[in-house]
Each structure stands twice: as C-alpha cells, then as structure tokens.
Ligand binder design. Structure first.
Ligand code: MN
Length: 205
C-alpha cells in the first residue's frame, strides 16, 4: 500500500472504516458481512442474511480474514477458487464503534453502527461459542432497536432490495451475463498509490 490519502487518514482518525455485504451463491446461498479492521476485512458468513428486526437474531459464522481488495467483488468466482459461485455486492458503506475492536472480538461482543446504502443504525455481533478457539466461531448478528429497525412483517430488506448496489443487477442477472472477474488480478497487482477504493467517494463525511 502507498501512503494513505488524506481521505483514508481522515476515515482512520475518525474511527470510520469500510464495510461491505456480499450476497454469495457458493455451495449455499449466504451473505458475507465484512468489517474493515487493522488493514483487512473481518468476515462473518450469514446464511439467512441480515435482518432489520431486533427480535430476529441471525447466525453469523466467523470465517477467515480477507484482503481489502475483495470489497468490490462482483461476478462469478471461478470453480476451484475459494468461494466459487456468483457474488453480488449487496451493500457497502462505513462502520464505526466506540469499543476497542480487538477487545470486543476477544470477549465476543461487538456493538457497532453502519452507514451503508441499505443497512444503517446500530447493530451487534455476539459470540455464542464459549471458546474463541473453536474452529468456526458462531456469532449472532442482531439489529439494535433504533429508528432504523423494522419488524420483519413490515419489511424484509432481503426480499425488497435484492439487487447489487454496484450494478443494480440481481444474482440471476449477474450469473447470466457476468462482468469479468478481477479479484485474482488485483490481488497480484499493487494498487496505484493514493487511490482509495472508488466507493469511499460515495459517502459524505
Ligand atoms: Mn461467502
């Protein structure tokens, strides 16, 4: 990585980091919540997807860290690669927390705020497995009760807003006519200096 830009530095200093949610038709359909922390994404695979209803808690399995350059991934991950299948950028934005993130991950309780195109307001991730050394930690993703909360009977955001925030297309549309898949390439190539991922510019600070 080159020198951080003013904008990246500002995001870091203000404790705002990137988050994305991918909708991912791999072996099974799931959503991937990715929170930027310490230069990588922390990732939870959420089989049933996020829910705006504070009374519904969604299983979120902590999976391995991902590099930040997967943020814009959309298309078809070729067979044989990790996560092979169709992937769609379902939401993106910035996140923040008042907690020390490493501490919160250690104790298994992270409270945070999202400012995305679809997901907003206060959320929490709570570890269910008692041992943090469990191979695949099970957490619960929950919406906190605030003005962004909605009961599931009122609105299922997964049904009402299924499309990509990048292309406006659905999984089926992407599968039918996939854009060229570039993740492998961009990982090898060094990003040009002072070039934050494009989507940061979507957000007013
Ligand atoms: Mn996935």
């Amino acid at each position: 990585m080159g020198q951080p830009t003013y904008r990246q530095k500002l995001l870091f200093d203000t404790g705002l980091w990137r988050f994305v949610v991918h909708k991912h038709a791999a072996t099974r359909l799931h959503y991937d919540l990715r929170l930027e922390h310490a230069g990588v994404f922390k990732n939870w695979a959420v089989p049933c997807g996020p829910c705006l209803d504070p009374t519904r808690h969604r299983l979120a399995v902590l999976v391995k860290d991902h590099t930040i350059d997967c943020a814009g991934a959309e298309g078809i991950i070729p067979a044989g690669l990790y996560g092979a299948g169709t992937i769609l950028l379902w939401d993106r934005g910035i996140w923040r927390t008042d907690q020390d993130v490493d501490w919160a991950l250690r104790i298994g309780r992270l409270k945070f705020k999202l400012r995305g195109k679809k997901l907003k307001g206060s959320w929490s991730l709570t570890r269910m497995t008692s041992e943090s050394s469990a191979k695949r930690e099970k957490w619960l993703l929950s919406k906190e009760n605030d003005t962004e909360a909605k009961s599931l009977s009122e609105m299922d955001i997964l049904v009402e807003q299924p499309a990509s925030v990048l292309s406006g297309r659905t999984l089926a549309e992407i599968a039918r006519d996939p854009p060229p898949f570039v993740r492998g390439k961009s990982r090898r190539k060094k990003p040009p200096p002072n070039q934050p991922p494009l989507f940061l510019d979507d957000f007013e600070l």
